[in-house]
Write a protein that binds this ligand. Structure first.
Ligand SMILES: [Zn+2]
Ligand SMILES: [Zn+2]
Ligand SMILES: [Zn+2]
Length: 427
């Protein structure tokens, strides 16, 4: 059976998150989005951990569910198209580390997935002696990432440890600003315990396949959602049971249980290209090299993005085939915003369109991935056209850079949009 997994989320105890980032919010949006296994995020935060213990219940297979009395009122409000979907939770956290290694200051983010809440309690007890776990749902520890991995394994050798968004300039394992050039440089003798990485929004599996050091490592993708409506921006596809055993097996052995990932077009990520936001300079890797890495406007070093960094570390050509399935998506709200010709993907009319589609066809992932295009077309020819183009990767891309999201468009320009919207009705 296919399961869609999103392990990188945040609670409302993390900075810059929505007040809807509650377990109930994750449960509700998990159903709407079409995700089956959701990481709780933030398990090191004392209050959030209390909530996890109160609201979750261990079920067969070793994953958790939201208690029935909490789930029932949410289900009552959901359309029947998604109401009966199964949602499982698994304890996760993202931890930021800052430390010096090899004469450089390193700043890394990593995900930890724990099989059970008892192990979470044991890890939290260790980590609260090292740093402040209350200040932020994503705590910042003055701890070598390798030592964090060691603590994690000592608490529970089955835990999963996943370097997060490994290519982002800041906080990525391979980031241009404070990262390393290889997994071994960061983890030394513990390297064999790093079995999976997260690509981040700005890179895709093909880019990662050019680095031989990632051979055999499980490539995963997750949303890093700071609001439940952003769940599943990217996700990992699992074949097997909705169980801890199959989740762990997939991510440690990279076998056929890890079917693949659902990805942003990497250009949409905030750090795909190079540049300076304030100087309005966006460069390709070739342009950055030609400028010796310096901004022509302000003369300071450019923020070197993911694409450049992959080229720097790539030691082989792009393999002809990627062994796992890779599907590219554009969030449905963004698609609707383009069709409606509005800037914000969060307007009322637009969300009404969105929920109408979910009620008619099922979850967002169903709509983006599997509902026959003809069915969507007969509901709205314009949306059918848009989904068809996205499924065939026929989109127009403008790269993100220096913290600015890129844009992915279904239509080439305003003229094409105007022509098509005149011909085809929206809803
Ligand atoms: Zn992060
Ligand atoms: Zn995060
Ligand atoms: Zn500049």
């Amino acid at each position: 059976m296919e399961h869609i997994v999103d392990l990188h989320t945040h609670s409302h105890y993390s900075r810059a998150t929505s007040k809807d980032s509650t377990l109930e919010g994750l449960y509700r949006w998990g159903k709407i989005k079409g995700i089956n296994i959701i990481g709780t995020g933030d398990f090191t935060h004392p209050q959030w951990f209390l909530e996890l213990r109160e609201k979750l219940e261990l079920v067969e297979g070793g994953l958790y569910k939201l208690k029935d009395d909490l789930a029932a009122p949410i289900n009552a409000q959901l359309p029947s198209s998604v109401r009966d979907r199964t949602i499982r939770f698994i304890p996760t956290v993202e931890i930021a580390t800052i430390y010096k290694k090899g004469d450089k200051v390193r700043k890394l983010h990593q995900l930890i997935v724990m099989p059970d809440l008892a192990s979470v309690a044991a890890l939290n007890e260790r980590l609260e002696r090292i740093g402040n776990l209350k200040a932020d749902g994503r705590p910042i520890l003055g701890l070598d990432s390798k030592e964090l991995l060691r603590h994690t394994l000592e608490v529970n050798p089955d835990a999963l440890y996943i370097p997060a968004h490994i290519w982002t300039p800041w906080f990525g394992l391979f980031g241009s600003k404070s990262g390393f050039d290889s997994i071994r440089e960061a983890y030394d003798e513990l390297t064999p315990h790093v079995r999976a990485i997260e690509t981040g929004l700005s890179s895709d599996p093909a880019m990662n396949a050019r680095v031989s050091g990632l051979e055999g490592i499980a490539i995963t993708s997750h949303s890093d959602a700071h609001s439940p409506i952003k769940l599943g921006r990217e996700a990992t596809v699992l074949h097997g049971d909705a169980s801890w055993q199959d989740l762990r097996g997939a991510l440690t052995t990279n076998d056929e249980r890890l079917a693949g990932t659902i990805e942003f077009f990497p250009e949409e990520g905030k750090y795909h290209a190079d540049g300076h936001r304030v100087c309005n300079v966006r460069f390709t890797p070739a342009q950055t090299r030609a400028a010796s890495g310096m901004c022509p406007e302000c003369g300071k070093p450019l923020v070197v993005g993911v694409n450049y960094r992959v080229e720097e570390l790539a030691d082989r050509a792009l393999p002809r085939t990627i062994s796992k399935q890779v599907e590219y998506i554009v969030p449905l709200t963004e698609v609707l915003a383009e069709l409606r010709g509005v800037k914000s993907a969060a307007g009322k009319v637009l969300l009404a369109d969105y929920h109408n589609l979910v009620a008619a066809f099922g979850s967002e992932f169903d709509i983006l991935r599997t509902v026959p295009v003809e069915a969507i077309h007969s509901h709205s020819p314009l949306i059918g056209l848009a989904i068809d183009r996205i499924r065939n990767n026929l989109v127009h891309r403008e790269s993100g850079y220096d913290g600015v999201f890129g844009t992915i468009r279904v239509f080439k320009d305003a003229q094409e949009r105007a022509e098509k919207t005149a011909q085809l009705s929206l809803l």
